[in-house]
Write a protein that binds this ligand. Sequence first.
Ligand code: HGY
Ligand code: MN
Ligand code: MN
Ligand code: MN
Length: 414
Amino acid sequence: MAISGENLRIDGDRLWDSLMDMAKIGPGVAGGNNRQTLTDEDAEGRALFKSWCDDAGLSMGVDTMGTMFMTREGTDPDALPVYVGSHLDTQPTGGKYDGVLGVLGALEAVRSMNDLGIRTKHPIVVVNWANEEGARFAPAMLASGVFAGVHSQDYAYGRKDLEGKTYGAELERIGWKGDEEVGARKMHAYYELHIEQGPILEAEGKDIGVVTHCQGLWWLEFTLTGREAHTGSTPMEMRVNAGLAMARILETVQEVAMAALPGAVGGVGQMQFSPNSRNVLPGTVVFTVDIRSPDQAKLDGMRAEIETRAAAICDEIGVGCAVEAVGHFDPVTFDPELVGNVRKAAEELGYSHMNLISGAGHDACWAAKVAPATMVMCPCVKGISHNEAEEISKDWATAGAEVLFRAVLETAEI
Ligand code: HGY
Ligand code: MN
Ligand code: MN
Ligand code: MN
């Protein structure tokens, strides 16, 4: 069969069936998923993905961070591969599509190459990055960060979850510690399909986001030290209240982000009180501030202002204040040539599209440090994500995978 534009399509039903089958693994309590990294559910999802890759004739490599690389050979053994992927791990109350659409969309592109008898010059490698979410083991994009040389493997292996288990021990426990040296692989290019996780594409009635940039991020972990005391018998003027300090810092984050608009966000998602007893004022409060902006100066300026004002708040209340940057990447500009391939594919396929800056962080942000990289995005319903109610349509999934397929072929050269 001659390969021509009109038959460069993918099988949207097959993709959708794979998404629904993967969603059965690590089900949440409200229709989404809880397939956190390095859990038994993650291991089950990895095994299912591997079985599909076996069926598609891909060979597997796994690195020492547990990232899965599934290779479809090209015609030129000397040509560097085109990598295409995302992540299968989810938030504790995650959706069925965050990350998963990118991994299974990449697999669908390979399945379609098989169906169409397409041989590419460059090999294609489908990637399931380990621990993209950073929910269980901070920071996010941990394995792709080690791959890009941003984190050491020792640092990554030592990261602990809330039960004190380490990344390294859990990776061994589930049997997915590979033998490939992290980062030894060289990429010709990297593509990632992902849901937008924001409301813009749906609101604008667009099928495809041509992602030109990704906003930068700081995750600042505050440890506030107060004095444990009885919530009833301790007079107000004698309290050293770390909870009060935390509340004022949270308000400060809101104020700083609002003052930096447009193009800034800030908030707190995780907080621990110790001893976390109803009638004990907390001795320690630990919480993580997540601030982001596509503008470098704004991003770093917000961090500086929050840390300065937090120190003053703690001084005033008499609370100890320690801050650690547990996650960071600068704003990312994706590769113009690859971005052009995505735009061209959307035009050829007749999908409505618009330029987009990614609000969420992705493995593509670290891949962009070591190779030309870009992303394709599809809408999600009301922009809801990191929520079990996350939803997309089959048409959106098909459009995204189809654009990914064509853009990858453009770079991998038929
Ligand atoms: O935090 C993020 O932006 C990504 O979902 N890990
Ligand atoms: Mn994701
Ligand atoms: Mn996510
Ligand atoms: Mn920086």
